[in-house]
Design a protein around this ligand. Sequence first.
Ligand SMILES: CCCCCCCCCCCC(=O)SCCNC(=O)CCNC(=O)[C@H](O)C(C)(C)COP(=O)(O)OP(=O)(O)OC[C@H]1O[C@@H](n2cnc3c(N)ncnc32)[C@H](O)[C@@H]1OP(=O)(O)O
Length: 172
Amino acid sequence: MTSLEDLISTWAAKFRTHPDGSRLPAHHAACLGCGENNPHGHHLRVHREGDGVVARHTFDERHVGAPGIAHGGAVAAVVDDFYGFLLYLTDGPAVTRNLVLDYLAPVLLGVEYELRANITRTEGRKLFVEATMSEVATSRRVVCSTALFLKVDVGHFLQGEPTGSFGQGSGQ
Ligand SMILES: CCCCCCCCCCCC(=O)SCCNC(=O)CCNC(=O)[C@H](O)C(C)(C)COP(=O)(O)OP(=O)(O)OC[C@H]1O[C@@H](n2cnc3c(N)ncnc32)[C@H](O)[C@@H]1OP(=O)(O)O
């Protein structure tokens, strides 16, 4: 299993300049939102677009709440992780302190959605961010969100220990 120190150093190395339009690296291989090795994960693929980030995502039966409709917690997990890619456009790690979602319409399973997020302002350690999720086919907005991320040093991540078998690799 990849050690926590390895994960932290590979994650820190991802805070480099990412060209506009490029795909941004996963947080790590086991990440629920974007890790390619997590069988329960959302496998988000996120690109930089200007000063923001963009992704397309389709929820499936693993994420069901009401029949045919994504669970609100699964939607929040995706939005939270998606915000985590904005951090690559800053100078270092931060974590979610506050996350607000407005569920404007049901997020349907098997329907492709586009997510967009950007940083609205920074104030010391605080990063205020906003995001939207819209149906690709119709442009209908189904979620809008704001969040507050707080910059932390890498010691924050030493509070946990990697467990299980999904954590092989850094998610580069
Ligand atoms: C291996 C690597 C993998 C890395 C993998 C990374 C994956 C990324 C995935 C996506 C992101 C996540 O899921 S992150 C996971 C979920 N989040 C977490 O686990 C974080 C848990 N919370 C914490 O650890 C802590 O609360 C912190 C570090 C966030 C903050 O603690 P703190 O430093 O003591 O700060 P605190 O005093 O609470 O607040 C700081 C300032 O924010 C203000 N503040 C607080 N709430 C608000 C608010 N709603 N609106 C405005 N301002 C607010 C306070 O008034 C204060 O202002 P002032 O008095 O200073 O002015």
